[in-house]
Design a protein around this ligand. Structure first.
Ligand code: NOJ
Length: 580
């Protein structure tokens, strides 16, 4: 069926439908998978040091299996000085003692396999830690040496090289270059770091860098992982000559979308790297996947990352940033499905992760969150938590009705808000320090999870205080309390995930229900399930059909066949057969 064909609606839906995506039976578990992101520092602390660990993840994996997700993506747990919460890796093939040991990893892998869960690990190929042996060797070696060539070292500008080689700015604030002291004690060359100064960028023009990462891929594939989430996958290769760029390394846009002309993003040579990696994964069978964290705009360009011989999935950041604006949501969804269908790839959908304010908090504002979502502090306008949570439920239910894969961020199934009351001295995101506190950074969404209301630290860990303070509301939101309450956010997620699988919504189709696509509502048909969201102030009359699930378990419907303000519903549409 062609895109944009106008269909005749089932009798129960009065107006026209616009088909955007047809159901797809292509093989591949990831095409419709729900992948749950675990942020190891904040998941579960079993050894009582205040930081989560792999043994804690293993202990709670049954809870994720019960939630009925397909796979777990783990943010980095590798050896690291933790200057960027593990995205500064000093050894790619070992577990940081903070999180455990390689044996703990193997035990976690075995438990995941026993439970039928796949594990995806994070690969951080753009940069490492300045404590990595390769960078230490580069510092000790002379300019022009093969050791230096593993990274991007350049002489400075100015009479004595006192100025950075170009004007690039770090994603975390401040210049993207740091000058070193040469082994003989003189001021020396500069190295590039798109992120913190402790995260030197690798030189992907050097074959030795390719070889090293191919070794890392095989190391984890041999241990049984189902694939890799590839960190800043758009940035590995830089434009020849490192031309000037008048903005932050993320393109200086509030949502981090690099202009496609930015010299540090989206270079053509990247695609050969991912083709080579895909060939390596294929040696391990058809089920190992690569997912690009490629912050690329516009959407048709993102499709280049998931062509049949490249990555399997890419994160959909335009969807994450579409907010609850029905027109923007519709256009992102249409553009995503259209662009990705053209290369035979599934779309993914996401609302929260460890880098953004949680959606239960973002949606607690009428209008944009303060600081454009770059962290929220006690002095900022505060969100309405209840409103945020109920809108988050509606947004998640809308997202989980879409065909394609979906990524969930730990704690969103509990409707957790961001931690807002974090004292400055506890903030650990390098963004906070590098901008002198002007940007609060991402600590708020990284607060340790509440598991059991009656236990110390809401069950995160029985020992030291959690590395970030938990808001008071976390006790009431603890998993065990919610598990016991039929109308909880957690039980809504369980039901949504169960029904999504049963109705095969991830493999389904999408046709806009035009009469419902207004300034304050949005709806589509996926198979015979209508997903309808009401963002306006008044209730809306539902089409004829059987209500399968509502996002608002507490809403009073008085028996009326209505959709309340701020609510999403999954509705089985009556066809002529069912009506007769
Ligand atoms: C993206 C990761 O999600 C983020 O947490 C990290 O700080 C940067 N990449 C740098 O690795």
């Amino acid at each position: 069926m062609s895109v944009d064909s106008v269909l005749t609606a089932p009798a129960a839906l009065a107006g026209p439908l616009t088909l955007v995506h047809a159901a797809d039976d292509a093989p591949g578990w990831w095409r419709s998978a729900v992948i749950y992101q675990v942020y190891p520092r904040s998941f579960r602390d079993l050894n009582g040091d205040g930081v989560g660990d792999l043994a804690g993840i293993t202990a709670e994996l049954p809870q994720l299996a019960e939630l009925d997700v397909d796979a777990v993506w783990l943010s980095p747990f590798y050896r690291s000085p933790q200057r960027d919460a593990g995205y500064d890796v000093s050894d790619y093939c070992d577990v940081d003692p903070l999180f455990g040991t390689l044996s703990d990893f193997d035990a976690m892998m075995a438990e995941a396999t026993r439970l039928g869960l796949r594990l995806i690990v994070d690969l951080v190929p753009n940069h490492c830690s300045d404590q990595h042996t390769a960078f230490q060797a580069a510092l000790a070696a002379p300019a022009g040496s093969p050791e230096r060539d593993m990274f991007i070292f350049r002489d400075g500008r100015g009479d004595s090289g006192e100025l950075p080689p170009n004007n690039w700015q770090s994603h975390f604030g401040g210049p993207a270059w740091t000058r070193i002291t040469e082994p003989d004690g003189t001021p020396g060359q500069w190295y590039l770091h798109l992120f913190d100064s402790s995260q030197p960028d690798f030189n992907w023009d050097n074959d030795a860098v390719h070889a090293e990462f191919e070794r890392v891929l095989r190391f984890w594939l041999d241990r049984g992982v189902s694939g890799f989430r590839v960190d800043v996958a758009h940035a590995l290769v830089k434009a020849p000559g490192l031309p000037e760029w008048g903005g932050r390394a993320d393109g200086n846009s509030s949502h981090g979308f690099p202009g496609h002309e930015a010299p540090m993003f989206g270079q053509p040579a990247l695609h050969d790297i991912y083709r080579a990696w895909r060939r390596i994964l294929a040696e391990y069978g058809p089920d190992r996947i690569l997912c690009a964290e490629a912050n690329v705009d516009p959407l048709p360009r993102l499709a280049d990352w998931v062509r049949p011989d490249e990555m399997h999935q890419a994160f959909n950041f335009p969807y994450l940033h579409a907010g609850l604006d029905p027109h923007r949501m519709r256009s992102v969804i249409t553009d995503s499905l259209t662009a990705l269908d053209a290369v035979g790839a599934p779309s993914t959908w996401v609302l929260s992760n460890h880098d953004v304010v949680r959606h239960a908090t973002r949606f607690g504002y009428n209008g944009p969150a303060p600081r454009d979502g770059d962290g929220i502090g006690p002095a900022d306008a505060q969100p309405d938590e209840e409103l945020g949570r109920s809108r988050a439920a509606a947004a998640s239910m809308f997202m989980l009705g879409l065909p394609g894969g979906a990524y969930l961020y730990q704690g969103e199934e509990l409707g957790l808000p961001d931690g807002i009351d974090i004292p400055d001295h506890k903030r650990q995101d390098p963004t906070f320090g590098r901008t002198g506190g002007e940007r609060l950074g991402r600590d708020g969404c990284r607060v340790p999870l509440p598991w059991r209301a009656a236990e110390p630290h809401a069950g995160f860990g029985a020992g030291a205080d959690p590395w970030l303070p938990q808001p008071a509301s976390f006790t009431a939101l603890a998993r065990d309390t919610q598990a016991a309450s039929p109308s909880s956010h957690l039980n809504l997620y369980r039901r949504m995930l169960e029904l999504r699988r049963e109705l095969r919504l991830g493999q389904g189709s999408l046709a806009w229900i035009e009469d419902w696509c207004t300034d304050s509502s949005l709806a589509f048909l996926n198979g015979s399930t209508a997903v309808l969201m009401n963002l306006g102030g008044d209730p809306l009359e539902l089409p004829a059909g059987q209500v399968l699930l509502r996002s608002s378990t507490s809403a009073q419907h008085d028996g009326a066949h209505q959709l309340s303000s701020g609510e999403t519903v999954w509705l089985e549409i009556y066809t002529e057969d069912t009506e007769n």
